[in-house]
Design a protein around this ligand. Sequence first.
Ligand code: PGA
Length: 252
Amino acid sequence: MSKKIIAGNWKQNGTLKSSISLTKKVLQAVKKKKYTHEIIIIPPSIFLLPIKDLIHKSQIKLGAQNVSAFNDGAYTGEISGSMLKDSGVDYCLVGHSERRHIIKEDESDFSSKVSRLIDNDIKVIYCFGETLNDYKNKKTKLIIKRQLKKLFFNNKNSLKKHPSKLILAYEPVWAIGTGLIPSPEELVSTFKYIKNTVNKFDKKYASIQILYGGSVTPDNASSLMDTEHIDGLLIGGASLIAKKFIDICSTI
Ligand code: PGA
C-alpha cells in the first residue's frame, strides 16, 4: 500500500532566507520523528535548488508548483519538466485553482503539462474541485466528473501506462484559504464519488491516491485523514508556518 501523503504548497510566498529556515525546521522534525508518511514541500521554483541541497538524503520530497507545457526550447520564462527533474523534483502540481482561475490555464494546458511531467518521471498532483457557485447550485459531482473525464481522456495513453505517476487532489475552490471546509458527510460522499468515477474509467486506476486540500489546519487534519478514501492532505497557508505543518504531520 502507498504511504499517506502530506504536501505543503508554499505558493508565491517567502524569501530565500525564510524558505531555508522553514525547510530546516521541517527537516529537524522529520529527523526526530521519522514519519511513516510521504512528506512533500512545494516551494517557489526559484528556491528549489537550495532547498534540494538541504533535504538531500532526508525523508522530505521536493515538489514544484508549475511546469512548462513545452519541452526545452524558445519559451521565455518557462521551466521544463526535464529542468525540474534535473533539479531533484519528484512531484509537481497541475490544475491548481489559482492557475485555473487567476492565470486562466485550461484543460489543454493541463494535459500538456501532465504529459511533460510523466515523460520526465515526475509525479503529477492534479488539483480539481468546484467553485462556490457550483457548490451552492449542488453541482459538485457534475463538475468533478467533468474535470476528471477531461484529465483521464486527454492523457489516456500515458496514464494507462503509468497510473502510479498520478495523484489526485480534491480542493473545493471555496475552501482554499477561507477557513471553510466541507462537512464530514459531504467529504464522505464526494470522496466515494471520486473513487468510483476514477475506477469506472479503468480498473488500473484503482490504486490512485486522492488528497484533500482547502483550509487544512492542525485542528482538522486528523479527522480529515480519518475520512474514507482520503489518502493525504495538500496544505497551503498552514504549510508556511513550521509549527503548524509539523503538527499536521505529527497528528496523523
Ligand atoms: P489553503 O490552500 O490550505 O491555504 O486553503 C490549499 C491549496 O491551495 O492547496
